[in-house]
Write a protein that binds this ligand. Structure first.
Ligand code: NDP
Ligand SMILES: O=C1O[C@H](COP(=O)(O)O)[C@@H](O)[C@H](O)[C@H]1O
Length: 361
């Protein structure tokens, strides 16, 4: 599972190499009771399993504070896996997926709870044919618990010899510059850069990856990609449903930190960066940083905030029982920013993001 530099000169969505998962691997999903785990992580793992991309003896372990028996866990784990026509092959794959998935409940702060998790992992590993043990820890958790969890995993669940450990964290990486530095610094204290994977799942969307091809493999498009041909750019995230029980995470962060600062800025930087020296992750990052540095701080006067309210039988944000009463957390934000460089001088970029965006809410 060594991380390779992308092939110079290739466009990432055309790359074929990837790090292979090895046998004797357990994927541990922390925050397994939550929205990300249910809607994206478990369905994605199932997709990989069905397509034969997971090692044949892989095991999945969910971990969270919520108490759940195996039946309840399996129900949640598979609730977003689609089988619209009751295909028996998919149904059998879902049953198989459940059969190698287990759940452990415990706190995020308490070391002894992680000892219990480790015991569970060791019990699974005691059936391996060889001594190699690989563990992938996926944090489907709010950033407020990243640090204690990263620490406890390193201190209580890390395979010191004879295997690899990986930790995967999802955006947002903190709330502001200070907390981002603290978070990333603390992660570094326990996990090496090679062991750490930071994810913004919008970068994995085909449409976003295709932007690189659209821009840099297309001479006509490339020639017209500037202030002379484009009067303004609007990037909009519009979700037709609200928080639906995610107040525990969302209310602490709000729509700017949940969507705008990460997903939309990633899309913006891919749309506006100059052609990278190569399409390696590092060279793309360097070009993104350059364009982001050409954006002055956003003005409050150029920003509109809002919160969705109940309408037409759909609940409002404050009706979600996981949201504190009277919360003023924004669920909608729109802002205009400018890029001061020769390509984009004078072009307004309008970023909008909103949850609960039924047209009548
Ligand atoms: N939902 C999505 O589609 C996506 C989410 N993400 C990221 O994933 C992370 C988790 O988001 P999501 O799953 O949506 O959020 P949830 O609110 O569903 O939280 C996940 C789990 O974390 C625990 N939790 C929630 N709030 C707290 C808290 N304040 N302190 C400690 N534990 C808490 C709960 O588990 P329990 O109480 O059982 O321990 C909950 O089930 C966030 O960083 C988000 O940005 C990224 C991409 C997509
Ligand atoms: O990161 C997040 O993304 C989802 C939306 O993802 P999508 O792939 O379904 O567009 C959003 O619901 C969630 O609030 C946020 O944390």
């Amino acid at each position: 599972m060594t991380r390779q530099r992308s092939l110079s000169g290739t466009i990432p969505s055309m790359e074929t190499h990837h790090d292979e998962l090895k046998d004797n691997t357990i994927i541990i999903v922390l925050g397994a009771s939550g929205d990300l785990a249910k809607k994206k992580t478990f369905p994605a793992l199932f997709g990989l399993y069905r397509q034969g991309f997971l090692p044949r003896d892989v095991k999945i372990v969910g971990y969270a504070r919520t108490k759940m028996d195996p039946e309840e866990f399996h129900k949640r784990e598979t609730s977003y896996i689609k089988n619209p026509n009751d295909d028996p092959e998919i149904a059998a794959a879902i049953d198989a997926f459940k059969s190698f998935s287990t759940y452990v409940s415990g706190s995020y702060e308490d070391g002894t709870a992680f000892d219990e998790l480790n015991k569970h992992l060791e019990e699974i590993e005691s059936h391996y044919q060889s001594k190699e043990r690989n563990r992938i820890f996926y944090l489907a958790l709010p950033p407020s618990v990243f640090i204690p969890v990263a620490k406890n995993l390193k201190e209580h669940c890390y395979v010191a010899k004879g295997g690899v450990n990986r930790i995967i964290v999802e955006k947002p990486f903190g709330k502001d510059l200070e907390s981002a530095r603290e978070l990333l610094g603390a992660l570094k204290q326990y996990w090496t850069e090679d062991e750490t994977f930071r994810i913004d799942h919008y970068l994995g969307k085909e449409m976003v990856k295709n932007l690189l091809v659209l821009r840099f493999a297309n001479i006509a498009m490339n020639a017209a990609w500037d202030k002379n041909s484009i009067s303004n750019v609007q990037i909009t995230f519009k979700e037709p449903f609200g928080t639906e029980g995610r107040g525990g995470y969302f209310d602490e962060f709000g729509i700017i930190r949940d969507i705008l600062q990460n997903h939309l800025l990633q899309v913006l930087s891919i749309l506006t960066m100059e052609r990278p020296v190569s399409f390696s992750a590092e060279d793309i990052r360097d070009e993104k940083v350059k364009v982001l540095r050409a954006i002055p701080p956003i003005e409050r006067d150029d920003t509109l905030l809002g919160q969705y309210v109940a309408a037409n039988g759909k609940p409002g944000y404050l009706d979600d029982e996981t949201v504190p009463p009277n919360s003023v957390c924004p669920t909608f934000a729109a802002t205009t920013l400018w890029i001061h460089n020769p390509r984009w001088e004078g072009v307004p970029f309008i970023l909008k993001a909103g949850k609960g965006e039924h047209h009548d809410q």
